[in-house]
Design a binder for this molecule. Structure first.
Ligand code: SF4
Ligand code: SF4
Length: 56
């Protein structure tokens, strides 16, 4: 399992990327999570100002 970013709700603020301990999050018009790297810690979801991240 891995956390997932809903691209439609991502405002590309970068808050999630800066707290990820696994460097699993990539920048873009909408940020994205590499499921092979994600540790499912939930740190990114707690930081997202737009509730765009959820457990998959
Ligand atoms: S759940 Fe944790 S490991 Fe996975 S992308 Fe979010 S911060 Fe990174
Ligand atoms: S914290 Fe939320 S809105 Fe900001 S880049 Fe990450 S997923 Fe997108």
């Amino acid at each position: 399992m891995a956390h997932k970013i809903d691209a439609a709700n991502c405002v590309a603020c970068g808050c999630c990327q800066s707290v990820c301990p696994a460097e699993a999050i990539s920048a873009g018009d909408a940020y994205s999570i590499d499921p092979d790297k994600c540790l499912d810690c939930g740190a990114c979801a707690a930081q997202c100002p737009n509730s765009a991240i959820s457990p998959a």
